[in-house]
Design a protein around this ligand. Sequence first.
Ligand SMILES: [Zn+2]
Length: 138
Amino acid sequence: MGIFQDDRAPELFVPDLSRPAGATVDADGNVACVTCGTKLPVAKADVVGQGYRCPACTAKADLAKLTGGPSDIAANLSLDDRAGMRAFGAKFIGLGILMMVGGGIGYAAIGPLRAFGYLCVAGLGTLIFGITRYTAAR
Ligand SMILES: [Zn+2]
């Protein structure tokens, strides 16, 4: 619904609700763990983004998260989603570098204006955001 009644309604966003390949339940009610492949009853499995995971693998992933070990992102996001996250982060890395270079050039060519300082700081923030997003997809 728009502000005015004559406005065209926006496209309804419907996310992809199809089940991932790892979320299949066999006729006996068993599922395979997306991490180790162990078969277990669906009632005992944990739900992750790519399907189901056995409690032992979830415990290992939780422990790894607490101790700074490898991330379990592969159990939750598809390769396409991870590539999209990396591309999104790379755009912000590039934008942050451009903003910092622009601020530096402006500072050197025009003079010590506050706007150039703000541009450098905003560029640094954008760069850090991009790096965070990029590395989260690993
Ligand atoms: Zn497992």
